[in-house]
Design a protein around this ligand. Structure first.
Ligand SMILES: C[S@@+](CC[C@H](N)C(=O)[O-])C[C@H]1O[C@@H](n2cnc3c(N)ncnc32)[C@H](O)[C@@H]1O
Length: 273
């Protein structure tokens, strides 16, 4: 099955309009591969029927399924390791800066299926036990996709997802076996709040954040959208807050006001006044 150039162009515009995600012509094959399971699941006669329904029938659930399938949700526990090492080194600084309020707010924006915010919760439980038990720690994890957020809230991961990045010592300490998979401990779950949030849409009110993980999502947007989001992130961060981007993401060419600092094998950013 194939999608015609006008159909591809329709899908591409829909994705850009609703999510900000930009795909180029080389992703033609990928779109077909990702939409075919929906054709099968919905028992539709063809890909043409699926696209026609999205275009004309106003079926918002189907549209959501299509948008969700076209986005990349790739993630893993402690992805790229160095941002988490850097975070571990930064926490003591925030502990002394926030000693009066005993509150720390961390935002995992575009959290996919939850491995990123749960990695932060695991790190805090493992290395800052006192903080976790005596401070108000909030890890706010957001994504545009309700499908991935459902998985986040379940907090259950397959063996394949576990072996991609989770040290065995943390598995035995913070997960229990559940129907052939692994369920994350309450000590981690209770730190994380999940919310739906479209980075290119209206944001709900967010508390001022000490640390923001905005990783591996900007690369799917065009330069204008990246710049807009980075400016809004500046307002979401406290003046001495820290922002982490993905390994392939930079602020180059973007007119946002951040200072780049060296972390443990990666960079992170602080807003400049
Ligand atoms: C590749 S994953 C990154 C997950 C995680 N941050 C990491 O680095 O492993 C990208 C995520 O961005 C989400 N996303 C795409 N467009 C978005 C938007 N406009 N607003 C919020 N999330 C979005 C997708 O649903 C997907 O889960």
């Amino acid at each position: 099955m194939q999608v015609s150039p006008p159909q591809f162009s329709f899908l591409r515009s829909l994705l850009k309009k609703k999510t900000g995600v930009v795909i180029d012509d080389s992703k033609h094959y990928l779109v077909v591969a990702r939409l075919l399971p929906i054709v099968k699941k919905r028992k539709l006669p063809s890909l043409d029927t699926l696209i026609d329904r999205v275009r004309t029938a106003g079926d918002s659930a189907l549209e959501q399924d299509v948008l969700n399938a076209m986005m990349t949700h790739e993630t893993s526990f402690f992805r790229d390791r160095s941002p988490f090492e850097t975070l571990k080194n930064l926490i003591p600084e925030y502990v002394s800066k926030r000693a009066a309020t005993k509150q720390l707010t961390i935002w995992s924006a575009a959290c996919s299926t939850g491995q990123e915010p749960y990695s932060i919760a695991l790190l805090l439980n493992e290395h800052f036990r006192d903080l976790v038990t005596t401070w108000r720690i909030r890890i706010i994890a957001t994504d545009i996709s309700d499908v991935v957020l459902t998985r986040c809230r379940e907090g259950i991961y397959s063996e394949i997802e576990i072996v991609r990045g989770l040290p065995r010592s943390l598995l035995t300490k913070y997960f229990t076996a559940f129907q052939g998979k692994w369920s994350i401990a309450q000590s981690c779950r209770r730190l994380v709040e999940f919310r739906q949030l479209n980075l290119t849409g209206q944001w709900p009110v967010m508390p001022p954040c000490d640390i923001i993980f905005l990783r591996n999502v900007l690369l799917y947007f065009d330069e204008q959208t990246r710049g807009d989001i980075l400016k809004r992130m500046q307002k979401a961060l406290r003046p001495d807050g820290s922002l982490f981007l993905g390994g392939a993401e930079t602020m180059l060419g973007i007119n946002a006001h951040y200072e780049r600092l060296a972390g443990e094998g990666c960079s992170f950013y602080r807003p400049t006044p």
